[in-house]
Design a binder for this molecule. Structure first.
Ligand SMILES: Cc1cc2nc3c(=O)[nH]c(=O)nc-3n(C[C@H](O)[C@H](O)[C@H](O)COP(=O)(O)O)c2cc1C
Ligand SMILES: CCCCCCC(=O)C(=O)O
Length: 372
């Protein structure tokens, strides 16, 4: 939009203060070395799914209700036996030290301060025990895969149990790593000093590209629902299945013992051309029919996105790239400010659409939302 045409050009602007989540992306672009920014931003293939995750939120229009009492908007979300004040969490992302020297130590403080879940990637750049020690009582979930060597998965889960993690997040849509042109073109490798700290004892770093090498060496394309069932049976922690995109998978997932499902296409970094998560959500929510909590990640950037996702059945939304952008822009304070920005927008979106809570948005969903 042309500001001059709207008579606002005489106002001073302070571009160092983000007012939209996307402002953090530009700060990250300025702060980080090009290949690191490209790794974080990166998508598979032509970026169709990466784009759809965003544009499909925009294709979902709101028909606001008016004159409803929205003086108190309650965003609280209860799942897995605990209530968070916000229906927001942090998706797992590898190597937070790529974004900031404090890495996961900074991110976890922001999650803890907001009492929202942080899913720690198995590929974290700090050991999971150190992350847990830094934020006692934080809602920590460890994200693991069914690695080729199941002992690796079992060991990680045992360590998470011992360190006081609340839950396990299990990657379901990752039999192999997606093809990401930017990383291949710039031959992305981890910078000196950043590594997969939980795998310190495994010889995975002497490859040309540690991320692809790690994935090829460790991910197990033969994994099936039977493996999920035995993993769920082998831990006292709740297991959340991350990566459900097809309603046909909802039943096997629940039968296998998963305690919650996350609708995720890995932020468009895996199968290019797959559905956006907000399009996939309604059918999955219908198939699940309230039996387990449902989460969604992928392209959540605006308060209205939070409203749309919770209205369509998500108990909470999770953020991937925005966490890393904000981390690179300002460490813990950056991530805290980013969460506050999104929460304020979500509260405003609820007020302006006449919904005082996610439950009310869900009840009104039939007339609140229209696809174009
Ligand atoms: C830099 C980066 C690293 C990621 N690492 C992991 C990972 O280790 N495990 C995983 O399951 N997902 C990983 N993801 C995917 C996120 O968990 C999440 O699904 C995705 O980023 C959500 O989309 P959004 O970035 O649009 O919010 C990663 C994403 C990014 C951007
Ligand atoms: C063994 C799997 C490596 C995954 C690396 C992180 C990731 O998921 C990403 O999207 O990047």
């Amino acid at each position: 939009m042309n500001n001059e045409a709207h008579g606002t050009s005489s106002f001073a602007t302070d571009e160092s203060v983000p007012v939209l989540l996307d402002d953090y992306r530009e700060q990250a672009r300025a702060a980080l070395p090009g290949p690191v920014f490209d790794y974080i931003e990166g998508w598979a293939g032509d970026g169709l799914t990466y784009q759809n995750n965003r544009t499909d939120f925009d294709r979902l229009l709101l028909a606001p209700f008016v004159m409803r009492d929205v003086s108190h908007v309650d965003l609280a979300a209860t799942y897995l036996g605990r209530t968070s004040a916000l229906p927001i969490g942090f998706s797992p992302s590898a190597f937070h030290q790529l974004a900031h020297p404090s890495g996961e130590a900074a991110t976890v403080q922001a999650a803890h301060a907001n009492d929202i879940p942080m899913i720690v990637s198995a590929m974290s750049s700090l050991p999971l025990e150190d992350i847990a020690k830094l934020a006692k009582g934080a809602r920590l979930w460890l994200h693991v895969y069914l690695f080729r060597d199941r002992a690796v998965t079992r060991e990680l889960i045992g360590r998470a149990e011992a360190a006081g993690f609340e839950a396990i997040s299990l990657g379901l849509g990752c039999p192999a790593l997606g093809k990401r042109p930017a990383n291949l073109r710039n031959r992305f490798t981890l910078p000196e000093g950043v590594s997969a700290a939980n795998f310190a004892r495994r010889n995975t770093t002497d490859f040309n590209n540690p991320i692809y090498a790690l994935a090829d060496a460790e991910l197990d394309p033969s994994a099936s629902w039977r493996d999920v069932e035995s993993l769920c049976g082998a831990t006292r922690l709740s297991v959340i299945g991350k990566g459900i995109m097809n309603a046909c998978d909802a039943l096997p997932a629940m039968d296998a013992g998963l305690s919650a499902l996350m609708v995720s296409n890995h932020g468009g970094r895996q199968l290019d051309g797959s559905l956006s998560t907000i399009r996939a959500l309604p059918e999955i929510a219908e198939a699940v029919s309230g039996r387990v909590p449902i989460f969604l990640d992928g392209g959540v950037r605006r308060g209205t996105d939070v409203l749309k996702a919770v209205a369509l059945g998500a108990d909470a939304v999770f953020l991937g790239r925005p966490v890393l952008w904000a981390l690179s822009a300002g460490g813990t304070q950056g991530v805290m400010a980013m969460v506050k920005l999104l929460a304020d927008e979500a509260r405003l979106a609820m007020q302006l659409s006449g919904c005082a809570s996610p439950a009310e948005a869900r009840r009104k969903v039939g007339s609140l939302l229209r696809w174009i």
